[in-house]
Each structure stands twice: as C-alpha cells, then as structure tokens.
Design a binder for this molecule. Sequence first.
Ligand SMILES: [Zn+2]
Length: 414
Amino acid sequence: MMPHSTTLQARWVFPVARPPIENGLVEIADGRIVSVRSADRFAALPDEIDSLALIPGLVNTHTHLEFSDLRTPLPVHSTFAEWIRLIVGHRRTRGEYPTAAVQDGLRESAASGVTTLGEIATLGWSADCFGSGTPRTIAFREAISLSGQNTELTATINEHLASLREHPSVIGGVSPHAPYSVHPEFFRRLVSLAAEARAPLAVHLAESRDELQLLDSGTGALVDLFSESGFWKPDAIPHGTRPLHYLQMIAELPRAMVIHGNYLSDEECAFLRNRPNLSVVYCPRTHAHFGHEPHPWLKLRAQGIRVALGTDSRASNPDLSLWNELLFLRSKFPQVPPQDLLEMGTRAGAAALGLDHVTGTLTPGLSADVTAIRLADMSRSDPHEALLQPQSRPVATLRGGTWIAGSPDSLADV
Ligand SMILES: [Zn+2]
C-alpha cells in the first residue's frame, strides 16, 4: 500500500501522450495521477533514480490466463489444427478449472509491468482471483458453438456481464471464439448482446490458413479435426465466407478487437480504416511461434489503423511479459521508432479495450498506473532508445496507486 498521496521521481518519465521528461516527477493522490512534470531543480540524482524510467502501466490486450501453468509453449509440429488438438487435450487432462494457474498468470503479468489485461474467460472462470492487487482485467466470456442458437450459453454470457457490472477490478466482455467455432447466426446474436450491454468484444480472426480454408470451402485440417470429435456441422458455415464478413458484423460495436489478424487481406485492412472502434491485436512472439507469414501490422499502422499488443497464452509464448514483446519487436524491427512500440504497449492497448479514459498514458486525472523500468544502458542519448534496451527491465508496478509488484524499496534496489 502507499500513502494516499506520493510523488515518484525518475531520470526519465514517459507520459506517452507527451514527449519524455528528463528528471521527471509523477505526483499521485488517491489512486490518480495529479501532475506529471520536471523536477524544479536539476540536481544530481541518486544512482537508483538516475537509472530509472517511469512509463504508463503496460496493457496486455490478449491472454488466456488458464494456461499460465505451462512451463513451455505447446509445440507447433505441422498445422494450426494440430496445435488446437494439443490444447484441447491439455484442457481435457488437467481436469478442473486451474485457478492456481490464473493466479500465477496475474502475478507474472504484474511483475512484468502489466496493469491492464484482456483475458479470455472460459467455463469455470471466476472473478474471485481479481482485485485491487492484480492488473485491472476485461474478462471476455468465450462462446464456442456451431448451433445457430444456444440459449444456455447466451444466458451464461448475460450472467457473466451482469455479475461484473459492479466489480471494481473486472469489466465484462464477450468473445465469440473464432469464425470457425461459432455459428454465424449465433455470432450475430453475440454481437447484439455485446451492443446492448455496451460490452467490448474480442474475436480470434484471420489467424491461420486453416481457418481461411474452412471458411471458404468447408475443408482442411480444422474440419478434419472437428469431424473426428463430432463438433463439426457441415452446413453451419456457408462456403465462400471470409473474415471480412465478420468485420462487417462487428463494425458498429462500441469496441471490438480482432485478435491476431495474421491473414487479413488488403480489402479487410482497408475496411478497418476510419473505424477507431475496431483494433487489431498483434501477438508478436505467439505469431513467431507458429511461423506464420509476416504480420500486416506495419501496413495497418501506416493506414492509421490501431494495432495493440498481446502475449496470447503460455500455450504459444514462453512468458506473459508484454515488456518482452516490446523488446522482441525492437530487435526484429529496428526501423520502427521505439516510441511507436511504447505507444502500442500502452495507449493503443488501453484504447483497444475502451479504457483510454482510465489508463494508457501518464496524464493528470487518469488512474495511477505506472511501471518502473530499470534502464540498463544510460549512454544512449535518445530516451526511447535508452528505454527499450535488451537488458532494461520492469522492477515495480503501480496500479491505481497500489503496488501490485515490487515496491518503493525495489526502486532503490540496484
Ligand atoms: Zn487467444
């Protein structure tokens, strides 16, 4: 806990909504940011502050905490469908819903600087693990059903949204899993449900070539897998269906996230232009794990389309660190200005989740969500380059004025 008012100081403060501030102060009271400014006098800073940066709390817009007990990602031997088979098998053998894994995932997220999470909630999920000591979470209740109507699942999702209406740390959302696992008619029902509740929606879309083939012709590795298990309904999805049809269905929602979008066509990218209510979530290391074709994120950004970042789960990523996603992108795309990456991991994520009025920048009035980064190399003159050095690391995380990882002591621990 922290006294109800305090001031944090660092060599660099990155408000994201404004240029970095050298020798900056972030003043906090009652869980909110009061001011962000430079220190009045530029005196020599103690070492532990001289190598410290403060950034807005990181936003991991897409994960599945229930798989946080996996020590290593499930391997991708051949097709996406084969990986789906492994994850279904993992879920079947583990038995009960793994609350301990969710708690591990929350701790890991906080320790890696994340203050806001987009979580996919499946059968057995409970809000009990989430509170003021964890990242704030949007819990997207997942729906999988190839029936045109599913009154039981519709009721479950309505209950999910209603039960979270007053929750201080969790916001309810809706997630039709993917176009290949939800009947188009039921998908439409879920979209209206999200619209009525003004709840955000997340859908895995244009994720794999197997998905595109299933939608287009009702054939391929996913169809084979689903046929084996008896899940597949050959008449559920009309041939010639494309991800574009789902973008059209979600186009009027207040907030919706296209998770992955690895294989969005040029026409689909163009459809997303001038629709700030729709965002694409790129999961860089998960994308690399599957060996997909290059992701269109640079093209999307060049067209002014918001791209936020996610880790996805430990079933396809070695950890849940959004900070590591930023470092990964920095190493793979050195031509992209580091300030763009920081923006994607903070403000863009908050906006994708519909929480830009709450978090994502260090701005007076917003929640005091601050991540302290220990800078590895102070020789860089550009502050954003100094920030995203391979050895720089999150050391403490403040959410709403409460330390959810590390503490003021860890800021002095060099
Ligand atoms: Zn996912």
